[in-house]
Design a protein around this ligand. Structure first.
Ligand SMILES: Cc1cc2nc3c(=O)[nH]c(=O)nc-3n(C[C@H](O)[C@H](O)[C@H](O)COP(=O)(O)OP(=O)(O)OC[C@H]3O[C@@H](n4cnc5c(N)ncnc54)[C@H](O)[C@@H]3O)c2cc1C
Length: 456
């Protein structure tokens, strides 16, 4: 055992939660960065020296105090399902694995859940639905992903068509943050101050107790509708997504051949068609089927949703899971994350299809933006040949007004959720003056003489 591991074991008084076995450390140093051929080349082989699994805020403080004193980098880990190497330690040190901090404290009368960061989103969803509430939005990795990891690295997902992304509409009410200083502090962030730390990839503190707003539970139905052409499917999906009269949680459109990649459920869809996956209020299921047929669509599956135990669970094929199925079918596929212009989306889609044909497969995810407007988001499945061509695709998207959150970069500023007001960076200067939290991921951070660091 290294000195680092021995001293951390003494600190926790429990060697069992300081992990040094090579394969274990390697596994807990990885996330889903390999989704990106660009990041795979950059991040393969990066690993921590040791993994520490705290069970309380006091233990987190003790670990950060020690690491600050000894200049040891710390990378926080929820469940390691992030796509961009967010939880991969670039400079060794400690992976702070929060999986054992998994207590749900409760839900208050206004529907705000209070929990520890290591709680699995799926556990929180089940707990909430048993009490008449449900998550406003969640990633398709709900079964594995943690609440802290979603706040630290995620953005939205199923439910975003009605409730916007994670950072919208005060969904994240508050959390405590442990700072990386001589004497770590536990600072409460609430209201607008949550944006200081949200989606900062654990570069400016460790979120502990979290308060997240839920929404009243709905009885849902899962429905698959197929159209012979993309355009008519897209038009129909928009009439449902953009109309507030429909109670929905998911409106996802897949251009053919994407449905053919979904091996376990491909019999639920029609060969050669564009398919739409819906989570729609059970009470509106029949109306949806009637409207779909009137628009030229064919309903090939419609069942009451039985929660996360549903089989099939359609959300397992949506959001970024779509890319996973595509990569299983053909390892040359990768993805982009796009936002189309609500007014010009058809023209933008036509330009992209004309230029890239089957190298750019349309996977649309309708979502509400922070202004309350439902817009066509997309996670297109794209064929990777070279990094230059991928960058050229991104440039072309931007040239024609399509927003791209580049998933092939390994720093907060390069993705889609860095704030233009720089609050995440400013918070890092306040809470992590030595730059030891997930070093390298806040690319614009410059370590200053620690004695001179002033609160901003
Ligand atoms: C197949 C697939 C589908 C996905 N679909 C979606 C999707 O629909 N929507 C979406 O938003 N994302 C999606 N993701 C990305 C990812 O699954 C989610 O963002 C998920 O919520 C991350 O949770 P995690 O616990 O795995 O976080 P991790 O990967 O463990 O961590 C993510 C980041 O947060 C930081 N972090 C973790 N805990 C804390 C904490 N307590 N305090 C401070 N920082 C912390 C980490 O350091 C890291 O930088 C997908 C990924 C995959 C592989």
């Amino acid at each position: 055992m290294s000195n680092l591991a021995i001293e951390l074991s003494e600190l926790l008084g429990d060697g069992a939660r300081v992990l040094t076995q090579s394969q274990v450390v390697e596994r807990l140093s990885r996330d889903f960065y390999w989704y990106s051929p660009v990041l795979k080349a950059q991040l393969d082989g990066k690993r921590a020296d040791v993994v520490v699994q705290p069970i309380s805020t006091e233990e987190i403080c003790a670990v950060l105090r020690y690491c600050y004193r000894h200049d040891v980098p710390v990378t926080v880990r929820g469940a390691g399902t992030g796509n961009y190497g967010q939880a991969v330690p670039l400079k060794g040190g400690v992976v702070l694995d929060l999986q054992h901090m998994d207590v749900i404290e409760g839900i208050d009368e206004e529907g705000v859940a209070v929990c520890q960061p290591g709680v699995k989103l799926g556990a929180l969803e089940n707990y909430a639905r048993e009490r008449g509430w449900e998550l406003r939005c969640y990633p398709s990795t709900i079964a594995k992903a943690s609440v802290g990891g979603f706040l630290g690295g995620g953005s939205g997902g199923i439910g975003s068509v009605a409730h916007g992304g994670l950072r919208d509409f005060d969904t994240v009410r508050a959390f405590e943050v442990v700072t990386m200083e001589t004497e770590p502090r536990v600072v409460m962030h609430e209201g607008n101050a949550v944006h200081d730390v949200l989606h900062a990839w654990g570069t400016n503190g460790v979120m502990t107790q979290i308060r997240i707003a839920l929404t009243p539970a709905v009885e849902w139905a899962q429905v698959v509708v197929n159209f012979p052409a993309f355009d008519s499917a897209y038009d129909f999906s928009e009439t449902i997504a953009a109309n507030e009269a429909w109670t929905k949680r998911l409106v996802t459109v897949f251009e053919w051949p994407i449905p053919s990649f979904f091996a376990p459920v491909k019999q639920l869809m029609l060969e050669g068609h564009t398919s739409i996956f819906f989570l729609i209020a059970e009470a509106q299921r029949e109306q949806l089927a009637d409207d779909a047929q009137a628009a030229g669509g064919t309903v090939s599956y419609a069942e009451t949703y039985a929660g996360l135990r549903s089989s099939p669970l359609l959300s397992d094929y949506t959001w970024n899971h779509t890319t996973l199925w595509a990569m299983k079918a053909d390892a040359a596929y990768t993805y982009l994350q796009c936002g189309f212009d609500a007014e010009r989306s058809r023209e933008q889609i036509a330009l992209l299809k004309k230029k890239y044909c089957s190298d750019f497969l349309l996977h649309m995810e309708w979502m509400k933006n922070g202004a309350g407007v439902v817009i066509p988001g997309a996670i297109p499945v794209v064929r990777f040949t070279t990094e230059e061509r991928l960058n050229e695709m991104i440039s072309y998207c931007r040239e024609i007004g399509v927003f791209v959150a580049n998933p092939h970069v390994n720093h907060v500023e390069g993705g889609g959720r860095y704030r233009e007001d720089n609050v995440q960076l400013q918070t890092k200067y306040r809470y992590d003056p030595k730059g030891l939290m997930n070093p390298g991921k806040m690319a614009t951070f410059e370590r200053r003489d620690v004695g001179e660091v002033q609160p901003i």
